[in-house]
Design a protein around this ligand. Structure first.
Ligand code: I3S
Length: 132
């Protein structure tokens, strides 16, 4: 007996600080690439990048209302994730996330272990949402 889709979605999948930059906004390529460190939360099929990396450990997980305003929220339903091609960035460990509305983000962390864990978690999120 298969469980209903809503039971497959975990409440909090992952959170941490990542480097990210938005490359394309709903089909429109952005002129300037601007990397920043961002507190990032994967929850309920949505990936949220906050404006800064500092609100993180200061109770943000226990009291999500205390977090700063999200800068970007990405619905994982219909999104795709892949390791970025070498010409997208000179950085190592870069992921490319494309949302269904035609926006693109690069996500990076110097630690291969950390970026691999995010790759796994986001991929899982995408798959869970397309399974229903
Ligand atoms: O793809 P690009 O244009 O080489 O991206 C680099 C630039 O955005 C650069 O900023 P300035 O144009 O202000 O120098 C950034 O500092 C770099 O980090 C960008 O390249 P990487 O390869 O790090 O994604």
């Amino acid at each position: 007996q298969a469980s209903p889709p809503e039971e497959k979605i975990k409440t909090l999948d992952k959170a941490g600080v990542l480097h990210r930059t938005k490359m394309v906004d709903k089909g429109k390529r952005l002129r300037k690439k601007h990397w920043s460190a961002s507190w990032t939360v994967l929850e309920g099929g949505v990936l949220t990048f906050f404006k800064d990396s500092k609100t993180s450990a200061a109770g943000g997980l226990r009291q999500p209302s205390k977090l700063s305003t999200p800068e970007y929220t990405v619905e994982l339903k219909g999104a795709s994730l892949a390791w970025a091609a070498k010409d997208k960035s000179s950085k190592k460990n870069v992921l490319e996330l494309r949302s269904r509305d035609g926006s693109e983000y690069l996500i990076q962390h110097d630690s291969e272990a950390i970026i691999s864990a995010w790759h796994k978690a986001i991929t899982q999120g995408i798959q869970e949402l397309s399974a229903d």
